[in-house]
Design a binder for this molecule. Sequence first.
Ligand code: NAP
Length: 284
Amino acid sequence: MSLTGETRLAAVIGWPVRHSLSPTIFNAAFAALKLDWAFLAFEVPPEKGIGAVDSMRALGLAGLSVTMPHKAAVAAAVDGLTPAAEALRAVNCVFWDGDRLVGDNTDGDGFIDALRKDPGVDPAGLRCVVAGAGGAGRAVVRALASAGASDVAVVNRSPDPARHAVALAGPVGRLGQADDIPGADLVVNATPLGMGAGGADEPLPIDPSLLRKDQVVADLIYHPPMTPLLRAARDAGAIAVNGVGMLIHQAAHALGRWAEVEPPLGVMTQATLAELDRRARFDG
Ligand code: NAP
């Protein structure tokens, strides 16, 4: 890649952000599309998220990805919000609409697209249990309801975020419990349990004895790609799906917002898997 005076810049802001896979995904996409764009990660302290949106305006950045802890602050700093970002009050992608900056939240659509692509499951009519009601859990709950799920039960450690998530699902949303898991068609882990942060004693997000074959079990975690929950799901004969697909598809939606291009999903996936593999060998 050679950078010139014509090269446009897109970026991700976060704190921390050095672990982000966004530069890998987007630079691979730009190269495949022969777009004269570059993508960088900026470590922006928590109180400076709004300043980063001002910088986007001043520098004319082509696109901005937003990760923790800036999603809510950026939602308040842009000129407009898509319906998803408005409902979630959280932005993970900023794009230009003329001279206005608009915030979107592509996590929910990314999750649904990933499910439809591989394993080829449409959420319409499905009974779903979502464990976790943080930013990702809320996006998934809302998206499942929008995609026509017949029942979206939210199971979460703390009641208030669970109620907030349930409200996003409208008439099909409800507070759930472990008993709902055996009867569900789709079980989603939207907690960080499985990333390994809790060490060898880290509990599973749900009791694996409640899983059964014919279910789809989706873990939003992508690093590691095989979590203890996914292993238990596979052992139970269920279809196990990790978070790589959601990661790729939410990025594809962002790219589509920034430029009128067809996102090169295969290249984006290959680059992501290669980088995850490199990190796994480094960790190991
Ligand atoms: P978050 O906003 O911090 O929410 C975390 C959720 O997990 C909350 O509901 C929290 O419950 C619950 N939780 C945390 N620790 C727990 C524990 N020890 N026991 C039980 N519940 C616990 O995080 P997030 O942004 O939603 O991310 C959640 C997961 O999704 C992470 O693993 C993240 O990497 C993944 N993710 C993946 C993608 C993707 O593209 N694949 C995108 C976004 C996020 P409380 O409400 O009780 O605190």
